[in-house]
Design a protein around this ligand. Structure first.
Ligand code: ADP
Ligand code: ADP
Length: 225
């Protein structure tokens, strides 16, 4: 777990300012949800935290360390993407093992980590399948598993439920909530869905036009006229 601090964070694409100036402190262990209409800068903000997007100004700190110039792999983050981003030609097991093998972890240790993540996510029976033999919800569980086995300080979620139907979304909201209790980390979660923000967030960050409009608990933010 680590505190995430954004300080006067700015992003422009040529003439378009996607993020105007964001100041935000996400305490260690908090689950922050960035919510707001399409185009308000949520995804750009998340991608800057991940190191997938160069920043135009300001600073990003993770665990007290400025990470502006660090590549994604040195930021101690793991990101869950909307489209799952699984390797299609590999089994679920090999998808989960991939990053750990790159880090030269032993197969025994990898097997242990995968068993743990698979049990949290109830995907044990799926380990020898390939992604195309899985439903959308199962693929998203595997994508979550791939992040859990990395033991990152910070989880980043980019609209992870938006490709699922309403029933599965409701189920995954419950599962994500349960996951929070079992896998300690600081989380930043992007969505345009208020229900997700209310259910999952302990810090709700309402964005508009590249700025933070309001920050608070779900009660603070949604119970006000
Ligand atoms: P959100 O995630 O809230 O929907 P984004 O962060 O994706 O918003 O986009 C914020 C703004 O930045 C939008 O106006 C979008 O069109 C613009 N934008 C995002 N990515 C690019 C890009 N690669 N080039 C130019 N403009 C972009
Ligand atoms: P490493 O274990 O050395 O980070 P990986 O093979 O796991 O190497 O990842 C290769 C690249 O992709 C790295 O930059 C890593 O940070 C990034 N990466 C892999 N999985 C994720 C993820 N779930 N979220 C964010 N970045 C990831």
């Amino acid at each position: 777990m680590a505190e995430v601090v954004l300080n006067q964070l700015v992003k422009s694409y040529g003439g378009v300012t996607a993020v105007r100036s964001i100041d935000l402190k996400i305490p260690e262990g908090a689950f922050a949800v960035l919510v707001g209409p399409s185009g308000c800068g949520k995804s750009t903000t998340l991608r800057m935290i991940a190191g997938l997007e160069e920043i135009s100004g300001g600073t990003i700190s993770i665990g007290g360390r400025v990470v502006n110039d660090l590549p994604p792999k040195d930021r101690d983050i793991a990101m869950v993407f909307q489209n799952y981003a699984l390797y299609q030609h590999m089994t679920v097991y090999d998808n989960l093992a991939f990053g750990l093998r790159n880090r030269k972890e032993s197969e025994a240790r990898i097997a242990e980590k995968i068993a743990h993540a698979a049990s949290i996510l109830s995907i044990e029976p799926l380990l020898q399948r390939r992604p195309k033999q899985l439903s959308g919800g199962q693929q998203q569980r595997v994508a979550l598993g791939r992040c859990i086995v990395r033991h990152p300080q910070v989880f980043l979620f980019d609209e992870p439920l938006s490709n699922l139907d309403a029933k599965l979304r409701a189920q995954m909201r419950v599962e994500l909530k349960r996951l929070r209790e079992r896998v300690p980390a600081t989380s930043v979660y992007v969505t345009h869905d208020q229900v997700e923000a209310m259910t999952l967030g302990d810090l709700v960050v309402i964005m508009k036009d590249g700025l933070v409009q309001q920050v608070g608990t779900p009660l603070d933010v949604y119970n006000r006229p």
